[in-house]
Design a protein around this ligand. Sequence first.
Ligand code: ATP
Length: 308
Amino acid sequence: MDVIVKNLTKFYGQQKAVDNLSFEVKTGEILGFLGPNGAGKTTTMKAIAGCLTPTEGTISIGRYNVADNADKVRQLIGYLPEHNPLYTDMTVIDYLRYMARLQRIRAAKINDRILEMVNVCGLEGEKHKRISELSKGYRQRVGLAQALIHDPQVLILDEPTTGLDPNQIVEIRELIRRIGREKTIILSSHILSEVEAVCDHIMIINHGRIVADGTAAQLRKAEQGGQMVVATIEDADRNLVVKALQAIEGVEMVDIVKDRPNTVEVHSQPERQCTRDIFKTCVANGWTLTELSPIETKLEDVFRELTK
Ligand code: ATP
């Protein structure tokens, strides 16, 4: 089910938390929200989940407008809020049963759904414990189980892997990817590698506005501009190397790499490739080229550049 956000703006008093955001997420797509603290991620997610009223703009889930169909939208959406509020006096089973009833799942189906969630979210060993007795990671799994209990078409997950250990993170990511094949998922995270590993599509938000939108590869490319390669050239005078490489058409900059006197970083102009000419230049001068490899901009660098 597609999620369409149009011109979403939210003010808290005088403060503009979200500023005219528009985007779409299609069925089977996982969108990752990245952004520094206070960027507006949670506010946007709450608005999509129907938990707060936007100051301006519209949100639709499939053919339903969120503002006019709050009840219907609640059935279509599973929401794991940022601080994962749970009734900690209840046992896991009782809590899931309670959430299933709130979601109006038919009585005859409730036990099956609970069993499935216990299974899918790895809660078998913990299901009879009170939530207050669970570790943070298991509480997070209970939050995920309640978000999924009614088999929603759209999942909104605000920092879903917070507090999980590395093994649990891998398991939850796999679970999200599996669920994401059929459903529409929007998740936020501060872990850039997570967003890159899990999401088809990344949106970086800063001060309530979209500053980048695309796949991880597209974002890296947009930030990087032209091609960047590192070349290690032996048996050569490095001043001559720099001069010769700088003379190649399309080369923008040549830098000697710190602590590696035989290695240079070569930046080409946008849409230009220079590896072939670097190789030819080495051959023509009788230099030995022992390394020629592309450098990829890290998503971290893209994030820092766009949100600083
Ligand atoms: P984080 O990564 O820290 O969770 P975020 O990107 O989710 O941040 P939001 O929680 O959406 O950011 O907050 C956006 C801005 O709106 C912040 O400046 C925050 O202080 C403000 N804000 C959020 N909720 C409220 C509220 N209930 N009342 C007043 N201001 C709020």
